[in-house]
Write a protein that binds this ligand. Structure first.
Ligand code: UD1
Ligand code: UDP
Length: 399
């Protein structure tokens, strides 16, 4: 029996963890035992508990309750708490997701006491070190023993940074193994899509018709905290809503809601309040979110996860950042990077208004079995699935 400790903390990690926990419960419960540690980075019910309840993730065995703080303070509190738990639990592996401060804290705590790290979503790079996530993911990758990349680009980034694609087991931090296994978020979208149709009533609740609304999310710190960027984004959204009578639905991260009035300034904030076709919602559950994603006409976002889910559900995307780690989506011309630039956002909107019909969404994110691939690699057995392999068409055929 192998013991893993999984760290969750921020919303997308809780969602990602559902895929691995599900695979363990369904197929590997006699070989892998999982202990879940929640750092408490996200703590509002609609940023944390809703996902644990809805997605069938086992209740965390520990919660560090670190809450919000500056990067250094938040990460330090996590490291201290995690070290104690890891020394106690003595797992075979620590499993880390993505690139948040919870990921970084786990990487530091485990590597110092020589617990091998599994990094899921390895190799992604924005090549922008002002982004806190870029530092977190680079440091985590370089402390890891098993690195699972969702995309070919991520895998190649690792090779460029010196990881050896030919390295063979036994793996350790000085001799890590890298794998291109597909995206566990794709596993989740496949699994939860049908459930969302039957369980979510969000479309009815807000009177949203299939294909008749735009979905947006905004939470990146450089968009929320810099008034001129937040103003440019909302000025574009208001123009789209007013000029084209588009319904725009915005489930907003608490960080954004808290700063909206202050950083938009009173004129723009008033204008937003008096634009009836823009609906601002609190954060929604994952089933509600994928119901919104699969029924909207266009996604406007600065979220990594939402960019990809737009692609999974064959919706065009406008990316409110200066770059993306998910470059394949842009190369396929299914999304346009506009940064927080009003004119670029408007021009991307006009583009997709006129060319939506011709868009293509070839499979890029694996075969929906990335979690099984990861479990089997952790167990040291030759994976029966080939996460990136052949057939992704089942999912696309359902759409
Ligand atoms: C974090 C991650 C980011 C990820 C995002 C997912 C880092 C550096 N950033 O950003 O990569 O995309 O999570 O959502 O780890 N807040 C609440 N309630 C909560 C959680 C947060 O009100 O439950 C507010 C607080 O004011 C807090 C702010 O949101 O200060 C930011 O939270 P934090 O976890 O520091 O960063 P995120 O912006 O959520
Ligand atoms: N999400 C959600 N409810 C929301 C907004 C996002 O369930 O109101 C989900 C979304 O479907 C995706 C994940 O949260 O799976 C993305 O998280 P987020 O945008 O917070 O972070 P990022 O992916 O940018 O790190």
């Amino acid at each position: 029996m192998k013991k893993i400790v999984t760290i969750i903390g921020a919303r997308p990690q809780i969602i990602k963890a559902a895929a691995l926990s599900r695979a363990i419960a369904n197929q590997y419960s006699d070989q892998i035992t999982e202990v879940i540690v929640h750092t408490g980075q996200h703590y509002d019910t609609n940023m944390s508990k809703v996902f644990i309840d809805e997605l069938g993730i086992p209740n965390p065995n520990y919660n560090l309750n670190v809450g919000s703080a500056s990067h250094g303070m938040q990460t330090a509190r996590m490291i201290e708490g995690l070290e104690t738990i890891l020394l106690d639990e003595k797992p075979d592996f620590l499993v880390l997701y993505g690139d948040t401060n919870s990921t970084l804290a786990g990487a530091i705590a485990a590597s110092k006491i020589h617990i091998p790290i599994v990094h899921i979503e390895a190799g992604l790079r924005s090549f922008n070190k002002k982004m806190p996530e870029e530092i977190n993911r680079i440091l985590c990758d370089h402390a890891s023993t098993l690195l699972f990349s969702p995309t070919a680009t991520g895998y190649n980034n690792l090779i460029r940074e010196g990881f050896n694609s030919d390295s063979q087991a036994p793996f350790h931090p000085d001799h890590p193994g890298i794998f291109h296994c597909g995206d566990i978020m794709y596993d989740n979208s496949l699994f939860f899509k049908e459930l969302a149709k039957s369980k979510s009533d969000i479309l009815e609740k807000y009177g949203l018709a299939d294909g008749q609304f735009i979905l947006g999310t905004i939470h990146r710190n450089n968009n929320t905290d810099l008034p001129e960027r937040l103003q440019a984004i909302f000025a574009a959204l208001i123009e789209i809503a007013e000029t084209y009578q588009e319904n725009i639905v915005l489930p907003l991260h608490p960080r954004t809601s808290q700063l909206l009035e202050q950083n938009l300034g009173s004129d723009l904030y008033q204008k937003l309040q008096s634009t009836p076709t823009i609906k601002i919602l609190p954060p929604v559950s994952f089933l509600d979110m994928i119901q919104l994603e699969s029924n909207c006409k266009l996604v406007i976002t600065d979220s990594g996860g939402v960019q990809k889910e737009a692609y999974f559900f064959q919706k065009p995307g406008i990316i409110l950042r200066s770059e993306t780690e998910w470059v394949e989506i842009v190369q396929e011309q299914a999304a346009i990077v506009t940064d927080a630039d009003k004119e670029k956002i408007l021009s991307a909107y006009y583009h997709f208004r006129s060319t939506e019909i011709g868009l293509k969404f070839p499979p890029l994110f694996g075969d929906g079995k990335a979690a099984e691939f990861i479990c089997e690699t952790i167990l040291g057995i030759e994976p029966r699935t080939h996460g990136t392999g052949a057939d992704c068409h089942d999912f696309y055929d359902w759409l």
